[in-house]
Each structure stands twice: as structure tokens, then as C-alpha cells.
Design a protein around this ligand. Structure first.
Ligand SMILES: [Zn+2]
Length: 291
């Protein structure tokens, strides 16, 4: 103790009473425990490095239940292969997420079919535009078809590019493009529209094809949209539309709900609902190009 007393005397300081030193030590221990806990809490934190989705099971075939955005964090609960079982921070949503979309340093599946859309050229054709407004709603929203076909096209483009696809748009702004000028080449052509009828009761999604070689794509997209069952699915039907008649590639025209039906209109206007339908189109394309 003498040496310590001398050390304090030399510096003209009062020696620290033992009990204060003890309290300081206890506080220090407490802080160390807190920090250690904080680190274990954060060890099971998973951060999204790109947009993806939570699914009901550990495989891409399971339905999507929650869209996870780049930067969003989750709590890891379990792991199966390359899939992580997570919950949202508030614990309200739980689901499986592919590990390669997260910061966990997991390699994507080496399955060549994992990216069936890679380098595929997808033509997106947002219907109408400019002076051609397309169909419109009769609610106070006065929604115009031309605006929602363009929004869907732009959102779908982003999703397809995440899958490695190359996307061509027949229009990417509010302009009028003649039907004959929408005939772009690629691996698949998707014309986007909204239906309308005088009766506000008509509702649902219809996927149209015209040539026999277009039917497979229409069925794949219709099946995929049906699985999500957001808008009531009306199946794949044959119709002699010019954009289908003139196309030399697998081409479909999708009527994404009735803008004249107030419920469909709400879904057409709602970004989250659009995202679900767009993801269904991506899934349908993945299935189509996997076969
Ligand atoms: Zn239309």
C-alpha cells in the first residue's frame, strides 16, 4: 500500500478509498457484461444486401410472404442449408430467406437453373400512353390505365434486371407509341394492360395469347399469378390482339385487373399489391425459361 500512497502523494492526489475502487470495478464488470450481451444480440442479426422476399419454406418454390428490402435487418432464428429462418425486428413476420441475399457470406446455389432469366431479353410493353389514356376508373381517383401500365412496367423492369435479364421497354415515359412500333425482338414479349367494363363487378387478371407458340408462356404466367391469388385469376385465353399477332417471339398480353372495379382499382394503385403481381410475373418467367 505504501508504494501506492507514495504515488498519490507525489502527484498531490488523495488516495482512492478501497470501497470506491470496488464500486468502480463492479461498474466496469457490469459494462463488460452489457457489451458482451450486445454483441451476442447482434451476432444473429441478418442484413439484406439486396431486395428479396421471405418465403414460407426454405426454397424458392415456397410462396412469398413478405418483401424484404435492401438494408432491412432481421433476427436469425434457424438455418437450413443456404436458407435462413428469420423474424422481423418487431417479431410480427417470420419466414425463410435465401442466405445469398444477406450479409452472411453464403454463395448462391450453383444450380444453373437458379438464374434462368440471366441474359434473357424481355420486352415490356406498357399499354397506351400520351394522348391514348386507355381505360379509366369511375371513382374519384379517376385512375388512368396508361399511368399504371407504365408504373408496372418500370417496377417489373427492376425485378427482371435483378434476375439478370435484359429489359427493353416499348415506352418508358408518358408518350404515344403506335402498335406496329411496339414489335421489338427478344426472348419474350409482355404487353401490360388493365381491363375495364361498364359493369363495376367485372374483376380479375387475364393472360392473353394468340399464336400457338405463345400459349406456353401465357399458361406459365397465368399459373404463377393464380398461385399468388391477389386479384382473382381468369386464366389464359386466346385473343387476336395486334401486338400478339405481329410478334415473332413468345408474346402475351396481360390484363392486370379491372380499373373499372373499385377493389381491383385499389390493388392496381397499391404499390405492395403491384409488387406481388410483378413478382408473380417474374416467377412465371423463371418457370417458363427453366423448362
Ligand atoms: Zn389497355
Amino acid at each position: 500500500m505504501n508504494r501506492i500512497d507514495n504515488w498519490f502523494k507525489k502527484r498531490k492526489l488523495k488516495p482512492i478509498p478501497i470501497f470506491i475502487a470496488l464500486i468502480a470495478l463492479i461498474i466496469l464488470l457490469f459494462i463488460i457484461i452489457l457489451v458482451a450481451n450486445y454483441q451476442t444480440d447482434h451476432d444473429d442479426k441478418v442484413t439484406m444486401k439486396e431486395d428479396a422476399e421471405l418465403r414460407t419454406g426454405p426454397n424458392a418454390v415456397y410462396p412469398e410472404i413478405y418483401p424484404a428490402e435492401k438494408g432491412e435487418t432481421f433476427k436469425q432464428l434457424d438455418k437450413k442449408g443456404k436458407w435462413i429462418y428469420v423474424s422481423t425486428k418487431d417479431g410480427k413476420e417470420k419466414g425463410w430467406i435465401a442466405g445469398w441475399h444477406t450479409d452472411l457470406n453464403i454463395e448462391p446455389d450453383s444450380n444453373p437453373n437458379a438464374k434462368p432469366l440471366k441474359n434473357k431479353v424481355i420486352v415490356l410493353d406498357p399499354g397506351h400512353g400520351g394522348g391514348d389514356q386507355g381505360a379509366s376508373s369511375s371513382t374519384h381517383f379517376k385512375s388512368l390505365e396508361k399511368n399504371y401500365t407504365l408504373k408496372t412496367g418500370q417496377e417489373l423492369k427492376k425485378l427482371l434486371e435483378q434476375e439478370g435479364a435484359k429489359v427493353k421497354m416499348t415506352r418508358d415515359k408518358d408518350e404515344y407509341v403506335k402498335l406496329k412500333d411496339r414489335n421489338l425482338s427478344g426472348d419474350a414479349f409482355i404487353s401490360l394492360h388493365n381491363d375495364a367494363l361498364k359493369s363495376p363487378d367485372a374483376n380479375g387478371v387475364t393472360v392473353y395469347w394468340f399464336k400457338k407458340q405463345q400459349e406456353g408462356l401465357a399458361e406459365a404466367l397465368s399459373m404463377s399469378i393464380q398461385k399468388k391469388a391477389v386479384l382473382s385469376p381468369k386464366g389464359a385465353r386466346q385473343e387476336n390482339y395486334q401486338v400478339l399477332r405481329q410478334s415473332k417471339i413468345p408474346a402475351v398480353l396481360i390484363e392486370l385487373g379491372y380499373i373499372s372495379n373499385p377493389t381491383d382499382e385499389m390493388m392496381i394503385r397499391d404499390e405492395l399489391h403491384r409488387h406481388i403481381v410483378e413478382q408473380a410475373i417474374v416467377d412465371g418467367l423463371r418457370t417458363y425459361f427453366s423448362n
